[in-house]
Design a binder for this molecule. Structure first.
Ligand code: BTN
Length: 328
């Protein structure tokens, strides 16, 4: 377990390079960061030795090729945000959700964010495994300690879907939510959410929200055992997307949505969720543990259950997956 070693100046250079799709000249870097050109070059060389790929183009400057997740950049860009008040980047871990839960049990503060380059036992919903392709997926978990009843914790998954939808929509158009909290582009899954809780009757001790985003198609292709249609954010946005900008966008939207929830309750989140839900008002097939039912998705209740109109009657659908059957 380690975080990427980086000093503040190197972080600043990386932050500037990772925010640009074109080379940035050594003169500009030097002016903006108050360093000499030779100083910039020394830092670039040092980062290259750490394995970070930075291309130099004669007469044009430097361009970042690696998708670097720098904890320094994250911590600095997030300022005094509650979510991400501590950001840790790990090279490898079993599961970021597990690691955040372990740290929660050891007393970590609300807002802790852990991101990993690799997960050896990434987990998905409904007991599925979650594949984190090295450097082409974002695996991020957040610790929350809200003063809410345990029954309301599913609302936080829906809140996360709304935050994720808002964040990813800024990077790619036509992003939608599919109940309960899959994020889709063009009907294929781009991101998923796994929420876990520790508590006792009447009291929540810790909620861990895990977010997995497919940033690029893995070089070796998608794993064969994936049964759903999947895609990635770079395909959805039509441009190279990186993990750092995606992580920052998600954390910032989580911060806004979480404060909105704590101040105004679930109603505005539920409304935003319903507006972004690809199947709102449409015919769906809902798969549960004992088969499936078909009906019109009519509403979302405050427990996060989907209300389906089936043969004229309203049925609550609490766990499982849905399949879109087209518009009604
Ligand atoms: C799903 O759609 O099934 C949920 C996938 C959630 C995956 C993320 S990756 C980061 C965090 N750590 C895990 O082990 N799982 C979540």
């Amino acid at each position: 377990m380690s975080s990427t070693p980086m000093n503040a100046r190197q972080d600043a250079i990386l932050a500037r390079l990772s925010g640009s799709n074109i080379p940035v000249s050594g003169d500009n870097l030097a002016d903006e960061l108050g360093l000499s050109r030779a100083g910039i070059w020394k830092h670039i060389q040092s980062m290259r030795k750490q394995g970070i790929e930075i291309e130099s183009y004669t007469g044009r400057g430097y361009q970042l090729k690696s998708d670097v997740l720098s904890p320094g950049i994250l911590n600095r860009q997030l300022g005094d945000s509650l979510i991400g008040s501590t950001c840790i980047v790990l090279d490898e871990i079993d599961s970021t959700n597990r690691e955040v839960m372990r740290q929660a049990e050891a007393g970590a503060d609300e807002g802790l964010v852990i991101i990993a380059n690799r997960q050896t036992m990434g987990r998905g919903r409904l007991g599925r495994s979650w594949h984190t392709a090295e450097n082409s997926s974002l695996a991020l978990s957040i610790l929350l300690r809200p003063s809410i009843e345990p029954e309301k914790v599913p609302q936080l998954s829906l809140l996360t879907a709304v935050a994720l939808h808002r964040a990813l929509s800024k990077l790619a158009p036509n992003i939608g939510i599919k109940w309960p909290n899959d994020i889709l582009y063009d009907g294929a899954k781009v991101a998923g959410i796994l929420t876990e809780m520790r508590g006792e009757p009447g009291q929540v001790h810790a909620v861990v929200i895990g977010v997995g985003v497919n940033i690029r198609r893995p070089e070796s292709g998608w794993p064969k055992d994936i049964t759903q249609r999947v895609t990635d954010l770079s395909t959805a946005s039509g441009k190279k997307t990186n993990r750092l900008e995606t992580a920052l966008a998600i954390i910032k939207e989580m911060e806004l949505s979480y404060h909105e929830y704590l101040t105004n309750g679930f109603a505005p989140i539920r409304e935003a969720w319903w507006q972004a839900h690809a199947a709102s008002g449409h015919k769906v097939r809902a798969h549960g543990s004992d088969g499936y039912v078909e009906g019109i998705a009519e509403a979302l209740d405050s427990d996060g259950a989907l209300l389906l109109r089936v043969c004229g009657e309203l049925q609550r659908f609490i766990a499982g997956d849905i399949e879109l059957m087209g518009t009604n």
